[in-house]
Design a protein around this ligand. Structure first.
Ligand SMILES: [Zn+2]
Length: 167
């Protein structure tokens, strides 16, 4: 997924905000946690470009290992259950980590994700994108799955404009 992560994070943040309405959760913080979490796994592009010199696909880094985000989510849940003074931070951490997991699910539509790493060194993708064009990203932009990204973007834009009209 190329452009769909942030719109998906926005939609997810709005969804969670609605679910937490009436609680002490700050809708603005909830939205920020979802937005940042929805793109955070791709921070490994900095390592890919600046340190690794494009030697390995960035999906091979631990930032794209589901077990890492599931462990963080579990840790945040434990804090939520055991530490009543840190509940608000724990909720935000759970939103952040679950948005990162959403990122990996969306990456899996046409991108290879190692769902069982580090135990199984095998990639999983729901659909494959044939390498027909140059540069590489043309293959993704011209693939049907990019329509899903446009749809997510349009849906998020529509929700954002609707929200602004209400406020
Ligand atoms: Zn990614």
């Amino acid at each position: 997924m190329i452009v769909g992560h942030l719109p998906a994070g926005y939609l997810y943040g709005r969804f969670v905000s609605a679910k937490l309405a009436g609680t002490r959760a700050d809708p603005r913080q909830v939205l920020i946690a979802a937005l940042v979490g929805s793109v955070f796994p791709d921070i490994d592009m900095l390592y890919f470009l600046l340190v690794d010199e494009r030697q390995h696909h960035h999906h091979t880094y631990w930032t794209h290992y589901p077990i890492v985000w599931l462990a963080f989510l579990f840790a945040a849940f434990i804090v939520f259950r055991l530490c009543s003074r840190r509940r608000r931070e724990a909720v935000l951490a759970m939103i952040f980590t679950s948005a990162a997991i959403l990122h990996l699910v969306l990456d899996s539509i046409v991108g290879d994700v190692r769902w069982f790493a580090p135990f199984v060194d095998r990639t999983y993708a729901m659909f494959s994108v044939p390498a027909l064009h140059q540069p590489w990203w043309f293959n993704f932009v011209l693939h049907w799955s990019f329509g899903l990204e446009i749809l997510l973007s349009a849906w998020a834009l529509w929700c954002w404009r609707r929200q602004r009209a209400i406020v």
